[in-house]
Design a binder for this molecule. Sequence first.
Ligand SMILES: Cc1cc2nc3c(=O)[nH]c(=O)nc-3n(C[C@H](O)[C@H](O)[C@H](O)COP(=O)(O)OP(=O)(O)OC[C@H]3O[C@@H](n4cnc5c(N)ncnc54)[C@H](O)[C@@H]3O)c2cc1C
Ligand code: FES
Length: 265
Amino acid sequence: MVPRPGRVRRRSRETANVWTLELEPDGDGAEPGQFHMLYAMGVGEVPISVSGTSRDGGMVHTIRDAGAVSRALAGLRPGAGLGVRGPFGTGWPLAEAEGRDVVVMAGGIGLAPLRPVLRRLTGRGGKARRVALLYGARSPADLLYPRELDRWRARGAIVEVTVDHAVGGWDGKVGVVTALLGPGLFEPSRSLAMICGPEVMMRFSVAALMDLGMPAASIYVSLERNMKCAVGHCGHCQLGGTFVCRDGPVFRYDRAAPLLGVREL
Ligand SMILES: Cc1cc2nc3c(=O)[nH]c(=O)nc-3n(C[C@H](O)[C@H](O)[C@H](O)COP(=O)(O)OP(=O)(O)OC[C@H]3O[C@@H](n4cnc5c(N)ncnc54)[C@H](O)[C@@H]3O)c2cc1C
Ligand code: FES
């Protein structure tokens, strides 16, 4: 429960209200899908997913300025201190990707926890049969990691992007992420899906994938709930016997469905 001292090594701007912080390495071995509790001194502590790892093991987090704590964290400059707890929670099922068609669906800041997945799947050791990323953002200016989107494309992944509002000469797709699902993206019997984004986006994405024949047990979602302790003690994220902080945030859909059914959990 006691945060360890961390230090920001690099800070880069992704969009108008999203920043990426690379921390000094401290031996942390977080896996894609896991999160840390980051503490902005004197302001508060919030859960933030791992969005990458530097070559020497420094943890990377991409933070959207959503309120007091996330704003304080996103504003930290290189050299600034912060508190770090974790890593916590379950990771994405990367071991299950071997030989399968992997469909990654992300909405908004939801691409951050999936970036390490895409890096691994499109990297040298990637063993998936096919990789497709379907990504939606509010506007072209809100798209995260544009250079990496091109890199993943260049490495053979199908990368489809859509926005809610086309502004600034955007000539790409406009509409919801599920509209990017089309024939030929995956073979239902040998596929795996990983989804992260606003809850409504995840619900529609799961329904669309299942309509196309993907079994619920092949679909994984990452749930976001208010968290305090992150270790299954305080009950903030609890539903019945399930703690999103400890048993999630990444759940197989057949196990997440009852949780997603409860509004304002
Ligand atoms: C497991 C997990 C991983 C996360 N990973 C990331 C990440 O990688 N990057 C990132 O930017 N954010 C991430 N978040 C969300 C982040 O924790 C919240 O944005 C943050 O807690 C907001 O706190 P605040 O004090 O800045 O704002 P607050 O003042 O607490 O909230 C500002 C607004 O955001 C809403 N909000 C607060 N918490 C959440 C939440 N958990 N989900 C949805 N809406 C919320 C509030 O209702 C309010 O409208 C993650 C959350 C969880 C549970
Ligand atoms: S955050 Fe305390 S039980 Fe999950």
